[in-house]
Design a protein around this ligand. Structure first.
Ligand SMILES: [Mg+2]
Length: 278
């Protein structure tokens, strides 16, 4: 049997519903100490630098320019080579031979800062690209029987993935004996010295001053500039520099190489305090 609710009962229910939803709207907002999600990525400030390296023709042009110069200096070194001398190139990997722009982009997109674990995950993917002009330059040096030493602050643990990635990209002399990864220190001077015992290193390639000489290692920003000026005649001759505005000791120097706890707010303030206005 079909039953119908009386009209007065339906009106009562509707009024109660309106009253309840009105109370919900007027309920005071409960205060909480829970952090508010920041819609701006922690690494937002690196967007332009990453885009410059991933998307600009100018970045590629600078890389080609560096490797053209490296080739010219190689030809000069070959002409000057003494009969029993063994020539060697020492090169950094990241942002010198290998392009990790996608890792930087991933940090922005996921609002994360660099951690060793994230980096190691990236390395294991073997997705780094080659810097424009890098493979053809090293192949040229290889064709001239020049030894190539890859001196990197990637960890020894990641050597297998790094070598596989580089083989896929076509780099020459990808043999574990040509790699000197980070051991007890990220200062590369000892590793340079160990090669210089047997070889004449006529050229270092890098994106970081630490790739050229230990004298730059963990210096403060003003000293890095002063030392660069004092060694200015080496740049473009025995030191070939690749551009990298996305990360490096140049930035870490601003934060004292993280020897003390550095919050994001402190880093933000530090960066802005260093801007040179007119
Ligand atoms: Mg590097």
């Amino acid at each position: 049997m079909k039953t119908t609710a009386p009209v007065s009962y339906i009106l009562l229910l509707a009024a109660a519903s309106i009253f309840t939803s009105s109370c919900e709207r007027n309920k005071p907002v409960q205060k909480t100490d829970a952090p508010v999600a920041n819609p701006i990525s922690a690494k937002e400030y690196t967007v332009d630098a990453i885009l410059y390296q991933q998307q600009s023709g100018e970045y590629r042009a600078l890389a080609y320019q560096a490797f053209s110069l490296a080739r010219l200096r190689t030809d000069e070194a070959l002409k000057k080579k003494k009969p029993k001398e063994k020539l060697a190139i020492v090169t950094d990997l990241d942002e010198t031979m290998l392009d990790n722009g996608r890792f930087g982009a991933h940090l922005i997109n996921t609002s994360k800062y660099y951690t060793a674990a994230l980096w190691s995950e990236w390395e294991s993917l073997k997705k780094a690209d080659s810097i424009p002009g890098s493979v053809s330059f090293l192949k040229y040096a290889d064709s001239k029987h020049i030894s190539i030493f890859y001196i990197s602050n990637r960890s020894q643990k990641g050597l297998g993935s790094t070598m596989e990635n580089m083989k896929q990209l076509g780099f020459p002399q990808v043999d574990s004996s040509n790699f000197l990864m980070r051991d007890k220190t990220s200062n590369k001077q000892e590793r340079f010295d160990s090669i210089a015992k047997t070889y004449h290193i006529y050229m270092n390639l890098g994106d970081n001053l630490n790739d050229f000489a230990g004298v730059f290692y963990h210096q403060q920003a003003s000293d890095r500039k002063r030392l660069t000026d004092s060694l200015s005649s080496n740049f473009g001759v025995s030191y070939i520099v690749l551009p990298n505005a996305t990360y490096g000791d140049w930035e870490d120097a601003f934060y004292g190489y993280y020897k003390v706890d550095t919050t994001n707010d402190m880093k933000f303030s530090r960066r802005h305090s260093l801007l040179v206005d007119y």
